[in-house]
Design a protein around this ligand. Structure first.
Ligand code: NOJ
Ligand code: CA
Length: 712
């Protein structure tokens, strides 16, 4: 039987293994596909005739599973291929994102689809390449076929062979967390730096190789090319890491396994996510165009009516807990929590419970007075006494408030003032428990008028023993987003896998944390250049709930916390521009904003959703300056952020409308400001400006600047 199949397959196969090249619409990027002698799919990529990816192999290794006898499952999709046919096509369309950096995005590429057959198994696989002016996307597609129905992925072997020992901004590859500091080193130095790069105190550490790194990976070549490797549309598939062979400087995909070590459970027809390589000789393109590449490789919006999805500025009962002044839990008596069995009125309160009626009202008043849309309240629901013991599975039910949080009265009060509460669902990674309660949790949100939820996945995954970035977990995050969409609820997921542009298809997925957030400034701090790296890496696939706006950077001024924020006060304002996203927190306490009320004005004024964005200058880990036009208005906002060395930039206002005057307010670091010793020295200047005027800005060490330009 097999022989007959082989014979028929051989008859159908033209022997066309010749190399085939596709170029991008402007000709800058080219991709060449070929089969090597033993039928291994191979590609290489060039930018302006300079090699970016040297010939690199493509393929997947399949696992031997217990059904192997029924379908040759153990045979890998790695070699022995012949090309059945190829198809080239062109696509050019401009679409309108619901939110983001741009009001319109052009999706323009040339495509090559290579249809392959493996005669020894009669299996068919298509490799699809899309070549854009900013880079490439490639993915594997598995058509429905008798010889490949179900299969298990042992690993994916997509290679990215680099041309040299590039500088890289990398996070240690880890199946569970990306809350580390980014390292800057040559590729050859990753191995020796790896151990120190891992945050071993994080309970979920799961590193896999001393040369394993995460995506999105930003690199720079010695001759000034910026290269970024990431993935797009990671759906029903494990998150991809990269493992470096540091002899050949070749990266290979390394998927997140499940608890059994397997990496993907597939049923044809299906496909992998897109593997992306963005490239440019201008670092600014890595922030704008490269982000659009990821969105372009995702499917169009699947939500018909998106009118309920809106940009959101929020404050919250949060920073006071992160800093350690107040608590999420209601009592310190640590009762053994069994939901429904506790008479909460008999439990002794600890007097530090943040989410109490008076405190929440204070934040509602503050939001209403200052035009903030929502108030996040964490620690409102019972279970925080023992939340780390999530193996009990019933720690949180997501619907039962503590006795000092009157959910109805507080929501009514907020609504009467034009403000909404923002829901918080910490799952403590008990995902089965969350799925069990999700419908009730979303109904509760609908009942009281919440339209956004911040979810959280702290701790080990129960009961799967799985990793945060596995296929099953990615399916969980996606399930929550899709269920939330049915209830018109926006999702901001913390500790979930890093985004891959899914916010295009599901724009209610408005934010992720999925990196080292602002909270780490209360846990000892982050490097001053942290926020001029993240836009090159973490933000490639979508926005981050970074929680900026901490104006009292010296935490000891109001708490026992001796950490300090590693930016100047003005540097915090700049984050609203540099760390773009439709959901932005004003993270500090109302009393701190009262202290710096004139600087807080910028947070009140700044937009969070953009019609256009123009990067003025940028260099990874050094500085980023960007001007953005607010959606639905003629106002512009400009922000610049730098590392610990300071930065000077001339901002030419050539993006403003001709013949118009703008009220310009400049928030700048004072001459002697610096993030460590003099963070809150700033100046605020008002003037009138017109198109073509130049603002000469000086940023302090760890500082930045922020400008509002209000059209008259
Ligand atoms: C970690 C999140 O990043 C933080 O924002 C949240 O407050 C805690 N988990 C508790 O859910
Ligand atoms: Ca976190």
């Amino acid at each position: 039987m097999n022989n007959i199949k082989l014979f028929i397959a051989a008859l159908l196969l033209p022997l066309t293994a010749a190399a085939q090249t596709v170029t991008s619409p402007n000709g800058n990027v080219s991709l060449t596909f070929s089969l090597t002698g033993n039928g291994v799919p191979t590609y290489e990529m060039k930018y302006k005739n300079r090699e970016v990816v040297k010939p690199s192999h493509l393929g997947l290794e399949l696992a031997k599973d217990k059904h192997a006898s029924k379908g040759l499952h153990e045979t890998s999709l790695m070699d022995g291929f012949t090309v059945t046919s190829t198809k080239t096509s062109t696509f050019d369309e401009t679409w309108t994102p619901v939110w983001g950096q741009y009001g319109k995005i052009r999706n323009n590429y040339n495509e090559l689809a290579v249809n392959l057959t493996q005669p020894s198994t009669s299996r068919r696989m298509t490799i699809r390449f899309r070549v854009y002016n900013i880079g490439i996307g490639l993915r594997y597609e598995f058509p429905q076929q008798d010889s490949l129905v179900y299969f298990v992925i042992k690993d994916e072997h997509t290679q990215f062979a680099m041309t040299g020992d590039h500088t890289a901004w990398w996070l240690p590859g880890d199946y569970d967390t990306q809350e580390q500091e980014t390292q800057e080193s040559k590729l050859s130095e990753i191995r020796s730096r790896f151990h120190d790069a891992v945050n071993w105190s994080n309970s979920s550490v799961a590193v896999f190789s001393p040369t394993g790194v995460q995506t999105s990976l930003q690199m720079k070549t010695a001759d000034g090319l910026y290269i970024n490797i990431h993935e797009a549309a990671c759906l029903d598939y494990a998150t991809m890491h990269l493992n470096l062979d540091d002899k050949t400087m070749t990266f290979e995909s390394w998927l997140t396994p499940d608890a059994t070590g397997m990496k993907g459970y597939m049923q044809t027809p299906c496909q992998t996510p897109w593997r992306t390589v963005a490239v440019s000789d201008d670092a600014r393109d890595m922030l704008g165009e490269a982000n659009s590449l990821i969105y372009n490789l995702n499917e169009p919006c699947k939500i018909k009516d998106t009118s309920w999805i809106h940009p959101t500025k929020f404050c919250g009962v949060w920073w006071e807990m992160i800093v350690g002044k107040n608590s999420w839990n209601y009592t310190d008596e640590f009762p053994s929590i069994k939901l429904g069995q506790i008479d909460w009125n008999k439990v002794k309160p600890n007097g530090r419970h943040g989410a109490n009626n008076a405190e929440v009202r204070k934040y509602i008043d503050f939001a209403a007075k200052n035009g903030l849309d929502e108030v996040l309240v964490e620690g409102w629901n019972v279970g925080w006494e023992d939340w780390a013991n999530h193996w009990k599975e019933d720690v949180f039910d997501f619907v039962t408030p503590y006795p000092d949080f009157d959910i109805k009265a507080l929501n009514d009060y907020a609504h009467s003032k034009g403000v909404k509460l923002l829901m918080h669902n910490e799952t403590s990674s008990s995902t089965r428990n969350y799925e069990r309660h999700l419908e009730d949790a979303l109904n509760l949100m609908n009942k009281y008028g919440y339209d956004a939820v911040k979810t959280g996945y702290v701790g080990d995954i129960i009961p799967r023993g799985d990793h945060h970035y596995s296929q099953a977990m990615n399916n969980h995050y996606q399930y929550v987003v899709e269920q939330a969409a049915k209830h018109h609820v926006m999702v901001d997921a913390h500790e979930a896998t890093r985004p891959t542009g899914i916010g295009r298809t599901w724009p209610n997925y408005v934010a992720n944390e999925s990196a080292r957030g602002g909270e780490y400034e209360a846990f000892g701090g982050s490097y001053p250049n942290h926020t001029v790296i993240l836009p090159f890496t973490r933000l490639q696939g979508g926005p981050m709930d970074y929680t900026p706006g901490v104006l009292e950077t010296q935490l000891k001024k109001w708490s026992d916390n001796t950490s300090y924020v590693h930016t100047t006060l003005v540097g915090q304002l700049a984050l609203y521009l540099v760390m773009w996203g439709p959901v932005q927190m004003a993270a500090d306490l109302p009393e701190n904003y009262a202290k710096y009320n004139d600087a807080f004005q910028f947070i009140k004024d700044v937009a969070v959703d953009w019609q256009d964005s123009k990067y003025i200058d940028a260099e990874p880990a050094r500085y980023i300056t960007v001007a953005r036009k607010a959606k639905g208005s003629d106002n512009w906002f400009v922000g610049g952020k730098c590392d610990e060395h300071g930065h000077k930039v001339n901002v030419k206002l050539d993006f403003l409308d001709a013949g118009r005057t703008y009220d310009c307010t400049i928030y700048a670091d004072a001459k002697n400001a610096d993030y460590k010793n003099n963070p809150s020295a700033y100046t605020i200047t008002h003037k009138k400006v017109r198109r073509g005027d130049v603002l000469k800005m000086t940023e302090a060490p760890g500082g930045g600047f922020a400008v509002s330009l209000i059209a008259k």
